[in-house]
Design a protein around this ligand. Structure first.
Ligand SMILES: Cc1ncc(COP(=O)(O)O)c(C=O)c1O
Length: 368
């Protein structure tokens, strides 16, 4: 048996939609962008959504929309895009440590890193578990610190019934490993009309469609990008989004099976923790094991045709070009990066496949 880390679920309807879209000769931003964005707003109770070509682009637009440069607090336990968006907009990343149990940035650590230069925080909802946004939002409002949510891994997760991506500027990813896919793709969400208007221009060459003296005029008002999502990819996203509840239910069911088997005491494994009132979208299923056996277990799984991985090892502060921003010690990040293991999870994963992963881990533990 060969088990991939993840596998997107593309159905016949989505393939047909792409065909239809390509045949319509409408190959760039088009009617499906609007449908996809409207459905996103409706499902997650969001005012404005903008489909674009990646979450990385959404993060960069979100940071640019702040309109000022300064210090931006981020975790080190994340994908490089989080830090790159900050640097590419001329601001400075300030790494903070995370909580061991949730593997997320928390208010306690944020408070230790706030200075009078802090302009924003990018929270990262790790693996599909939301950060404690209730506490973080309250604090940021008082301090006038803006919130950007790197929600790449958390489509559909909630905190006390409120969706991630609705606490600040949300940035979602539709890369093939994520909760839904458009192949490459992302979405920026905001409650703020000014941010919406600015980002709409920013992703489309800085053109203001409302300024037109003559019908052929294209008036550029800022140095924009081409970060748009093409119509046929938005068509896939629209159809995938209709299935998000089903996908996340399947992910949660697989996680429950892993949890019930891997939490047995002899395993010495920490399964994911979910605080009361939070839901998990399980974009990734991660466990921790003792650092001394972690690498050996990863090689063992690979040898047995199981594609496991370790998110995020190495953490950002140990990447060469980011080392100079590493100021405060990050003991929990360091520890987790040596203990974490990402196991296969995807909506179409069968019970037999999950049990094979568990059985293989069992064989490893017994012989070590
Ligand atoms: C936390 C986080 N941020 C950003 C990204 C980047 O997403 P994209 O590939 O859509 O640019 C990812 C995806 O790997 C991610 O996991």
């Amino acid at each position: 048996m060969k088990i991939p880390l993840c596998k997107p679920s593309i159905n016949k309807k989505e393939i047909k939609l792409v065909q239809k879209s390509l045949k319509s000769s409408w190959l760039t931003h088009g009617p499906y962008n609007i449908k996809f964005e409207e459905l996103f707003n409706k499902k997650f109770n969001i005012k404005y959504s903008i489909a674009m070509n990646s979450c990385t682009s959404a993060l960069e637009c979100a940071v640019k929309s702040l309109g000022v440069k300064g210090e931006i607090i981020i975790p080190s336990f994340t994908w490089v895009s989080t830090a790159n968006a900050v640097l590419n907009c001329g601001s400075k990343p300030v790494f903070v440590d995370i909580d061991y149990k949730t593997r997320n940035i928390n208010l306690e650590n944020i408070k230790k890193s706030v200075t009078n230069k802090t302009i924003a925080i990018i929270v990262v909802h790790f693996a599909g578990l939301p950060c404690e946004m209730d506490k973080i939002s309250q604090f940021c409002k008082k301090k006038n610190i803006k919130i950007i949510e790197d929600s790449a891994e958390t489509l559909g997760a909630k905190i006390y019934g409120k969706s991630t991506g609705s606490f600040g500027i949300g940035c979602f990813s539709f890369f093939p490993t994520k909760n839904i896919t458009t192949t490459e793709g992302g979405m920026l969400t905001t409650e703020n009309k000014k941010v919406y208007d600015y980002v709409k221009k920013l992703i489309a060459h800085g053109i203001d469609k409302n300024i037109k003296k003559k019908f052929w005029h294209r008036v550029a008002v800022l140095p924009g990008h081409n970060f748009r999502m093409p119509n046929h990819l938005a068509a896939i996203g629209y159809s995938q989004l209709k299935r998000i509840e089903k996908f996340n239910r399947a992910r949660n069911k697989i996680a429950s099976l892993y949890n019930s088997e891997l939490s047995k005491p002899f395993y010495k494994i920490n399964i994911p923790y979910i605080p009361e009132g939070f839901t998990h979208s399980y974009q990734m299923y991660t466990i921790t094991v003792e650092a001394k056996i972690r690498d050996k277990l990863l090689y063992f799984l690979k040898k047995n045709n199981i594609e496991a991985s370790a998110h995020f090892d190495p953490p950002l502060h140990s990447q060469k070009y980011l080392k100079k921003y590493y100021k405060k010690k990050l003991p929990v990040t360091e520890k987790l990066s040596k203990e974490i293991i990402t196991l296969p999870i995807f909506p179409d994963m069968t019970k037999k496949e999950v049990l094979y992963v568990i059985k293989t881990i069992n064989r490893f533990i017994k012989s070590n």
